[in-house]
Write a protein that binds this ligand. Sequence first.
Ligand code: SF4
Ligand code: SF4
Length: 340
Amino acid sequence: MIEKKVQDNSGSYRDSVATISKEGKRNFINPKKPKGRLYNLRTWFSIFYLIVFFTLPFIKVHDEPLFMLNVLERKFIIFGMVFWPQDFFIFGIGMLTFVVFVIVFSVVFGRVFCGWACPQTIFMEMVFRKIEYWIDGDSNKQKQLREMPWNAEKTRKRTLKFIVFFVISFIIANFFLAYLISMDKLLSYLQHPAQNVGTLISLLVFTSVFFFVYWWFREQACIVVCPYGRLQGVLLDKNSIVVAYDHVRGEPRGKHKKEEDHDCKCVDCKEDGACKSINDKLAEVQPVKTHGDCIDCFACVRVCPTGIDIRNGTQLECVNCTACIDACDAIMTSVKNPKV
Ligand code: SF4
Ligand code: SF4
């Protein structure tokens, strides 16, 4: 559960992870469903991505799959080009080039890949999370459901979610295996399951791993496991594009109080705006804001899938999903301030 925190100037948030409590237990995050132009864009991008992911294993070039990374037979096919072990130096050079590209890309664009193109995030946020919103409801309903004792409603929702998550994990595992051994081989194995028990066992192992990741492990994959995520600290510099809070605009944050935030000062005499009611000729008064634009509503924290408060600064947990931008845009629109 995301705890409501006060402004943290101590930097202590850098010594702990939002998803792990002080006692070392898991803080399960139930982010609020994001809404907004960037979330819509991500949804469209994810649809395209999923179509590509589920279509590629069926495409063949010269009777070979377009992509195959068959580690067991040491046969790799990339864009229809076959690489054998003796071609490994080409593969090695290709991988080194790819790593350099990833480093240079991250220095310039930050972690945008994580939030917008990583299969982990796409499946988590755009497939499993959407199903969870559909079955369990939005953030508050999910928390209520978790805390309520087992009853008919909880049993029904948990069973439905378990079945749907497991079936999708099984489908992903099949396609994952198709990328390793080719779709033709996978289909032929599945037609004769009795003779291919080993394949079925590996399918169940893959399915269980995917199920565990999307059912329970979730954002921990990005925070504590993914090496790319762990490298962010050395890949970013002050010119990298990151999702960040505008301190100059936002601070000092605080609740919007009309009388205080829009205290009138006369442009001529700089006296208190009380003269406005006395002399209409001095009606040309300007609002003087005593607060920044952040109204401390925590909307950006509630939608964050990694549970952080981006107002504390760039943090390793941030996957640049931009959900907080959409949340703050909605708040800024409602208080008649410019969008982020
Ligand atoms: S959503 Fe915007 S206004 Fe609300 S707390 Fe976050 S930064 Fe401040
Ligand atoms: S702070 Fe959270 S919501 Fe905002 S981009 Fe980073 S991970 Fe997404």
